[in-house]
Design a protein around this ligand. Structure first.
Ligand code: GLP
Length: 263
């Protein structure tokens, strides 16, 4: 697992967007480039960069198929807190050449959640798997909606959200945790780990404990993102603020070994 420490959130986003564009532009196979995407505050700066680069003609999404990580169960597309709405509002509606038929987001209004999740896995497989999965992380280390103690080999399925996560996400629901759906559909840790490359964004003081656990702790289902320690193409892009709980030697090690990546 590589850890790329940037000075601040903006630089972290610029670095992550450059990596994504690099990979899309380097993709020469006949099949489309398959990109996994997250929601949340963390990727917003990356999406702004991708939109700017797409408009400037530096990257095309014509041959890109996307799969989102997760969706709340019970929220319709038009709900402004659905992840479908978030993705269109923050990314897809602004790209000049993204094809709507290439966008895949779990349907939170399905009457067959298990079937919906099984079909999602099949569809990912039908494209030959995911080339690059970008993710964010919860303060408790969750990746997608794989809360602490979700199996590290889990596949796409229905997830119960913890009270902690509902409290954290209540900032988008009028600060009322009861208004945050109690369940979600989410890709599994196994689904993410099957991707050729994984890029997780970790920004801000509130993620410092999670970053330290994921990088310095052992592989543990308590911090589900720690499964990436076993992945041969995993990047964590973080900012200085998120490094507050790393030991000094870990921090110095990654600054040294990744100094070429520093913007
Ligand atoms: C939600 C999402 C996660 C996301 C996390 C962190 O719980 N399901 O995929 O990574 O929030 O969000 P933020 O980037 O806003 O801190």
């Amino acid at each position: 697992m590589r850890v790329i420490i940037q000075e601040n959130y903006d630089k972290m986003c610029k670095w992550a967007a450059a990596l994504i564009c690099d990979r899309i532009n380097a993709h020469k196979e006949d099949r489309p480039f398959v990109l996994g995407l997250p929601t949340g505050s963390s990727p917003i700066g990356v999406y702004k960069e991708l939109i700017a680069k797409n408009k400037a003609g530096e990257v095309s999404f014509k041959n890109v198929v996307t799969f989102n990580m997760d969706e709340y169960l019970g929220l319709p597309h038009e709900h402004d807190q659905s992840y479908w709405y978030f993705m269109h509002d923050n990314l897809f509606d602004h790209l000049v050449d993204m094809k709507s038929e290439n966008i895949n987001i779990l349907n939170g209004m399905t009457d067959d959640p298990e079937g919906e999740c099984a079909r999602y896995e099949e569809k990912i497989a039908s494209y030959g798997g995911i080339d690059l999965f970008m993710g964010g992380i919860g303060v408790d280390g969750h990746l997608a909606f794989n809360e602490p103690y979700t199996s590290l080999t889990s596949r796409t399925g229905v997830r119960d959200l913890t009270t902690d996560t509902r409290i954290v996400n209540s900032r988008f629901f009028g600060n009322d945790p009861e208004k945050v759906p109690a369940k979600a559909l989410s890709v599994g840790i196994g689904t993410v780990c099957d991707s050729k490359e994984v890029l997780v964004l970790i920004s801000g003081h509130n993620k410092a404990r999670a970053l330290a656990a994921v990088v310095e702790g052992g592989v543990s289902q308590k911090w589900t993102c720690s499964a990436l320690q076993m992945h041969n193409g995993a990047y964590i892009a973080c900012d200085e603020e998120a490094c507050g709980e790393l030991t000094v030697d870990t921090y110095k090690y990654f600054l040294d070994i990744e100094k070429k990546e520093r913007l």
